[in-house]
Design a protein around this ligand. Structure first.
Ligand SMILES: [Zn+2]
Length: 272
């Protein structure tokens, strides 16, 4: 029994979830592995915010069944078998034996996008320092580097409406995201989505790096140079999934190798 379990005598907050690999379809298990790895990578690249935020993934071949984290776990504690299965409305279909639950209000943003964009398998939302900083800048995301130029014409902006996400706001989030895979939520944070977990993670990584470099450049208080308008659209086009290759797919096995090589720092491995 670990320290946390002992200290909360009335609640089962143990994090040693037993493997359900033999109880789910191969497709569901693969989605669980990739989603758990994605949570770990978001933590590894310093994009986690305590126990908050969510990454959701659709189980291929299922009737809109999604996987989401238990509310209360660190991203680096999340394992394949700890993920909760929900329907697109956020109703729980399966969860491990635990007193942790899901954060239904936090799921609302994800649910809206999963419902409106059937081709989207994964939705990722963060509250990073650089993401929040850029989200508050009137100029928005600047096309100041090759990394950020990919978002020119391929990113939406959603105005802040307060923390309570009502049905009306869901419609506006979907409208503001449009056909894109990236959204800056003003005064709030970042969102990415994609046809696979691998691609949604890569898009978030590139968006976060764009925000970090923009904050650094603006803090340097020196005049910045921007690429000419003539190269922006062409460059952005070259980074779209259908143009050369879907970014994130080739990278994924390397990401998994990194997780494996770095170890899990005393937490259960993500593939549990
Ligand atoms: Zn948020």
């Amino acid at each position: 029994m670990d320290q946390t379990t002992k200290n909360s005598a009335t609640k089962n907050y143990a994090t040693n979830f037993k493997s359900i690999r033999d109880q789910v379809s191969p497709e569901e298990w693969q989605t669980r592995l990739n989603l758990a790895a994605c949570y770990r990578l978001v933590d590894k690249y310093d994009m986690a915010d305590l126990i908050y935020n969510h990454i959701t993934a659709r189980i291929p071949g299922s009737k809109d069944h999604l996987l989401i984290n238990l509310y209360g776990l660190l991203y680096k504690e999340i394992t394949a078998s700890s993920l909760v299965k929900i329907d697109v409305e956020g109703n729980i279909l399966w969860k491990p034996d635990t007193d942790y639950d899901i954060n239904k209000s936090g799921y609302v943003i994800h649910g809206a996008i999963h419902k409106a964009r059937p081709e989207v398998s994964c939705v990722l939302h963060t509250h990073t320092r650089a993401g929040m900083a850029v989200s508050a800048m009137k100029c928005g995301l600047l096309p100041m580097s090759q990394t950020s130029i990919r978002f020119v014409g391929h990113i939406g902006y959603h105005e802040y409406e307060g923390p309570a996400v009502d049905l009306d706001e869901r419609v506006r989030i979907v409208q503001d995201l449009g056909p894109h895979d990236a959204l800056i939520m003003r005064n709030h944070g970042l969102l990415s989505c994609g046809p696979t977990i691998e691609q949604a993670f890569n898009t978030m990584y590139q968006l976060e790096l764009s925000c970090r470099s923009q904050v650094d450049s603006m803090a340097a208080r020196t005049e910045l140079t921007m690429p000419g308008e003539n190269v922006l659209a062409h460059t952005a086009h070259l980074y779209q999934p259908g143009t050369r290759r879907p970014y994130g797919v080739l990278e994924w096995p390397a990401m998994l190798r990194r997780l494996e090589a770095d170890g899990s720092g005393g937490y259960p491995p993500y593939w549990n």
